[in-house]
Design a binder for this molecule. Structure first.
Ligand code: FUB
Length: 367
């Protein structure tokens, strides 16, 4: 083959010159990658933890009065060794984050609720969520009761950042973890919840807690996977208006996703949002570490699996929320950039993109 361009010597010199020039001028402004969003001061916020003064995880983002609030787990460095059931997540309290918009300074608010204030709870204040209705802010949180069974609590405040006053008992009929409360356009609110393995959902298959039940879902590879739960909230937002029921997640053939389909089956961290009239149920696949989603025509489903939102992040868990603010859609998630340890995570945010057909563009983690 013959080279028909400029002499190779000239070409190499041009490349060398541009490399030298770029080393001097381009280091503070790296090429903008697809999906990379910047704050007005040029910070690539998708690659930076929202805050570094405390460890944060499991972000549930909401817009209240135009401001972004993030209700997250507050990770601490406890003594319990790491295991697959999350014994090492020894969180004791909640601290809310807030900001005017993505990329603006983030405020870390004082403790909003501590486990010592919750009469029924003993430990492990895991992933919370929040809602606003009737002029009141509601904080929903899972914690282990005195018997070591996960239940869901509710606490109220006149401020989005607390302090919150907890109800003396857990929400009647609540169990497992990861509450996500979605309010539809007609004003009805629903709680999605559940998580397998450490979240204990596999111990509730009979309707009662089986103290000696399986620690995992691994006995069900050929059966429908355990599904997240949904219950409509009572108008007072403190109790369920109905018994929790399964949210069906189906494959492309309309069959329930199977327990052995670990790349797609529900593990934990359900979230609901509405986009262009469709309901998007997103969740974590847990041990395969994907954030995935399924869509449906009703808050109850059924939902059809559509694909991945985020490829695995650093750290075992992946947990998220999706919210619209400032005319854009945002994915809040967490990884372990600050500590390198699964028990000490940090929340991040990145822009989410929809394709014209309503599918979500898969993102790679930002580092
Ligand atoms: O943070 C504790 C637990 O880990 C959460 O409840 C799960 O969603 C997972 O992120």
């Amino acid at each position: 083959m013959f080279w028909r361009g400029p002499p190779m010597k000239l070409l190499r010199a041009a490349i060398l010159a541009s490399t030298i020039l770029c080393a001097a001028a381009c280091t503070s402004a790296p090429e903008k990658a697809e999906g990379e969003a910047r704050s007005p001061d040029g910070r690539v916020y998708a690659s930076q933890p929202l805050v570094s003064e405390i460890y944060t995880a499991d972000p549930s983002a909401h817009v209240f009065n135009g401001r972004l609030y993030v209700y997250n787990s507050h990770d601490i460095d406890g003594p319990t060794p790491e295991d697959d059931l999350g014994a090492h997540f020894e969180m004791r309290d909640y601290r809310v984050l807030s900001m005017d918009r993505v990329g603006a300074p983030v405020t870390v608010h004082p403790v909003a609720l501590d486990v010592s204030q919750v009469p029924w709870a003993s430990r492990q204040m895991w992933a919370p969520d929040a809602a606003f209705k009737n002029g009141t802010y509601y904080l929903y949180f899972p914690a282990k009761d005195k018997q070591g069974v996960f239940r869901m609590g509710v606490a109220t405040s006149s401020s989005p950042t607390g302090p919150f006053t907890p109800d003396p008992q857990p929400i009647p009929g609540s169990f497992s973890i990861d509450p996500a409360v979605f309010t539809d356009e007609d004003g009805a609110s629903y709680m999605y919840f559940g998580g397998i393995w450490g979240g204990q959902l596999q111990r509730w298959t009979t309707g009662n807690y089986q103290a000696n039940g399986s620690k995992t879902d691994l006995g069900r590879p050929d059966q429908p996977a355990l599904m997240p739960k949904i219950a409509r909230m009572d108008a007072g937002m403190k109790t369920f208006a109905e018994a929790p029921r399964d949210v069906q997640i189906l494959d492309e053939a309309g069959k329930p996703i199977l327990g052995g389909d670990t790349d797609r089956r529900f593990f934990e961290a359900a979230w609901m949002h509405r986009y262009n009239g469709k309901y998007y149920l997103s969740y974590s696949t847990g041990d395969t570490h994907y954030l995935v989603y399924a869509t449906g025509d009703s808050p109850y489903g059924p939902f059809t699996y559509r694909g991945r939102i985020l490829e695995p992040v650093d750290g075992w868990t992946t947990h998220h929320s999706i919210v619209e603010h400032d005319g854009k859609w945002w994915l809040f998630y967490a990884d372990t950039q600050l500590s390198g340890e699964t028990r000490l995570r940090n929340v991040k945010v990145t822009e989410l993109f929809y394709n014209p057909d309503g599918t979500i563009r898969t993102l790679s983690p930002f580092k």
